[in-house]
Design a protein. Structure first.
Length: 76
């Protein structure tokens, strides 16, 4: 599996897990229509989910992660 495929998979899994947590958590806490809960969950998950990318550093491809809760980039 190439690094680009791993980055895509990690991006999807990070988004999906956070989306589902918000989706069920907000539906438990708020009494609004499910469509609005889904949209709100998607927006929150896009902001909070970690971002993964492949970067070429000194000729070597590396998998990097950026997250709002961590300062800078983290190499995986």
């Amino acid at each position: 599996m190439s690094l680009k495929q791993k980055a895509l998979l990690f991006n999807f899994l990070g988004f999906a897990v956070i989306f589902l947590l918000f989706r069920f958590g907000l539906s438990y806490l708020l009494a609004i229509k499910p469509v609005y809960i889904s949209v709100l969950s998607a927006v929150l998950a896009m902001v909070i989910a970690p971002k993964f990318a492949v970067a070429s550093i000194e000729g070597v491809n590396k998998l990097l992660m950026k997250w709002i809760f961590l300062k800078g980039f983290k190499e995986l």
